[in-house]
Design a protein around this ligand. Structure first.
Ligand code: BDR
Ligand code: CA
Length: 309
């Protein structure tokens, strides 16, 4: 089994990613670390605790950074709702670990006998702080499978994808850490589609979890209809989990990726340095394509535990 720590800002698609991570037999979730991103960290932490309680799994949940390394927070309530879960309030919460996200990283990595993978599906603030604070622990990290960036431009601004835009300095630090990176960026994740009809299947056949995922996705589906004129939302974060189990669903390319971290129109922009001397130094495996049909089928099958063909 691959041991993973999920660093997240739930978040509608984060909730799908967490649900998939627990459902996949090949993955063992050692801890969930929260970070401010889509909404403030109080909300992302509460949502993680509510989801874990509903899933009935036993996993430590640690609270992480409340703000980006340098910039002020910039939330995405218009997509995920003010509380991050489309205004669905969970009240039955799993306990919060007394360890901070940083303390939990240090404990898990220093005690680990085998390498651990980090699935980072929110802003990279916690991971960057770990890299800068405990470089001696980096060789305990097998890879960082992150959702962020894209070679084609952004979704929060024309340049910046949300996670990279929110904390571009953290993205820069992570990409330059020397740890193997799988970057699920918008080039691929925007090819993933989750429609109202898929939400309805979850609601009908997915039990309590399916009902929750249906309910929290309503505001995001509405946002995409109004803002993007699409009848689907993207399951961005799910790809960082699925890649670890089903790499055959994806196409990737090795690239030397750089992130613009200055304030301004290019904030959070990630791009490939295509100069010949740079192509000798890929720092990330960048996801550039995916098989949407196989992925949505896998997600629906797993979360309803039934054949949905
Ligand atoms: C990313 O930003 C967040 O809103 C999503 O949860 C995902 O991690 C997509 O750009
Ligand atoms: Ca996220």
């Amino acid at each position: 089994k691959r041991q993973i720590i999920v660093d997240c800002d739930p978040g509608v698609d984060d909730a799908f990613a967490l649900a998939m991570a627990f459902a996949e037999d090949a993955l063992d979730v050692l801890a969930i670390h929260t970070v401010a991103g889509n909404v403030p960290v109080e909300h992302t932490t509460k949502n993680a605790r509510g989801l874990v309680q509903l899933l009935g799994v036993d996993v430590p949940i640690s609270k992480g950074a409340t703000a980006p390394l340098l910039f002020e927070p910039h939330f995405a309530a218009e997509v995920h709702g003010k509380n991050g879960f489309g205004e669905v309030e969970l009240t039955d919460l799993a306990p919060l670990s007394p360890l901070t996200a940083m303390e939990s990283y240090v404990k898990i990595l220093s005690e680990a006998e085998e390498k651990v993978s980090i699935v980072a599906i929110g802003p990279l603030t916690n991971v960057a702080l770990l890299i800068k604070s405990y470089p001696e622990l980096l060789d305990k990290i097998d890879c960082i499978s992150l959702m962020g960036g894209g070679l084609k431009g952004g979704n929060t601004t024309s340049a910046g994808e949300f996670n990279f835009f929110y904390d571009p300095h953290a993205a820069h630090i992570v990409l330059n850490s020397g740890v193997p990176i799988i970057m699920s960026g918008l080039d691929a994740t925007e090819q993933s589609t989750f429609r109202q009809s898929d939400a309805n299947i979850l609601k009908e056949k997915g039990g309590e979890l399916g009902r929750l995922l249906h309910d929290i996705s309503q505001s995001a589906l509405r946002f995409h209809k109004e803002a993007n004129h699409t009848d689907y939302m993207n399951l961005h974060d799910v790809m960082s989990v699925l890649y670890l189990v089903y790499p055959e669903f994806f196409t990737t390319k090795d690239a030397f990726v750089k992130v613009a971290y200055d304030e301004g129109v290019m904030r959070g922009f990630s791009h490939e340095d295509v100069r010949l001397q740079a192509s000798n130094n890929p720092n990330a495996k960048v996801m550039v394509g995916l098989d949407d049909e196989k992925i949505i089928r896998k997600v629906l099958q797993t979360l309803t535990d039934k054949d949905v063909s």
